[in-house]
Design a protein around this ligand. Structure first.
Ligand SMILES: [Zn+2]
Length: 260
């Protein structure tokens, strides 16, 4: 029965080499992705996902090695350069931390993010009797899709609806090369604004040429509103933003996996 379907909330990085489906043994997912699998700048989206989807019984947090967002944080810290205002929300999270090398920073991001996530889930479900299992997988560099590293002309796809399609699904719909595509997925207006600013700051590091806002068409008012906000936020920073509408019917996930 549709109503009894358990869902998994997946929280990961927007990294283009990243295929969350490998990590998740459930075909019914709500996906949140941003630069660095950063919990602070996705907090409101996580709460929204939990509120809108009572079927969520499990959360999988997927931080990873070789992360461009963390490399940026590391660069800012070691340069001692003045912290850019737009990146403050991300860089500021690590202000009181010290790390020997980038590997340690990846671990800090993973450990801190996981602790924050458990705290958010605890607060969001307090007194409801609802139990959500929070899991983490720390994705190693070798587990990222190396083939995608060769792709040129990177773009970002922004989705502000609970769409659980893979990079492959999204690329197919847009007719673009999968390997060159970062995917940002959020469910809250403040998170959208924050992450639009972060993406703008990271654009050169990521060789970002274009942003596409993908409207899946779940037809809920709140998502329409969010799409309008995202369009406005990203259009201000990325004049080359595309706005693409893909009807839900044709946009549904095409992944086929064996259910055990
Ligand atoms: Zn990353």
């Amino acid at each position: 029965m549709e109503n009894n379907t358990k869902k998994t909330l997946v929280i990961g990085c927007m990294d283009r080499r990243y295929n969350f489906v490998k990590e998740v043994d459930n075909e019914n997912c709500v996906v949140i992705r941003n630069a660095g699998a950063d919990i602070v700048n996705a907090e409101q989206s996580i709460i929204a996902a939990l509120q809108q989807n009572p079927e969520i019984t499990e959360i999988i947090f997927l931080p990873h090695q070789d992360c461009a967002a963390m490399k940026y944080v590391d660069g800012v810290a070691s340069d001692g350069t003045e912290q850019n205002g737009l990146l403050a929300p991300l860089v500021g999270e690590f202000q009181d931390k010290e790390w020997e090398d980038i590997e340690e920073l990846y671990r800090i991001n993973s450990d801190d993010g996981f602790a924050r996530l458990r705290d958010i889930v605890g607060r969001a479900t307090e007194g409801t009797g609802r139990h959500i299992e929070v899991k983490r997988r720390y994705v190693g560099k070798r587990e990222l899709d190396e083939q995608s590293e060769e792709a040129e002309g990177h773009s970002a796809v922004v989705i502000v609806e609970p769409f659980d399609g893979t990079n492959e699904d999204i690329a197919k719909r847009l007719g673009v090369e999968e390997g060159g595509m970062y995917v940002v997925q959020l469910l809250n207006a403040d998170d959208v604004k924050q992450n639009a600013a972060l993406l703008y700051e990271l654009r050169e590091k990521l060789h970002l040429e274009k942003v596409t806002l993908l409207e899946i068409g779940t037809d809920k008012k709140e998502y329409k509103k969010l799409a309008d906000i995202a369009k406005k936020e990203f259009a201000a920073d990325f004049p080359e933003i595309d706005f693409v509408q893909v009807p839900l019917k044709s946009a549904q996930s095409t992944r086929h996996r064996h259910v055990h």
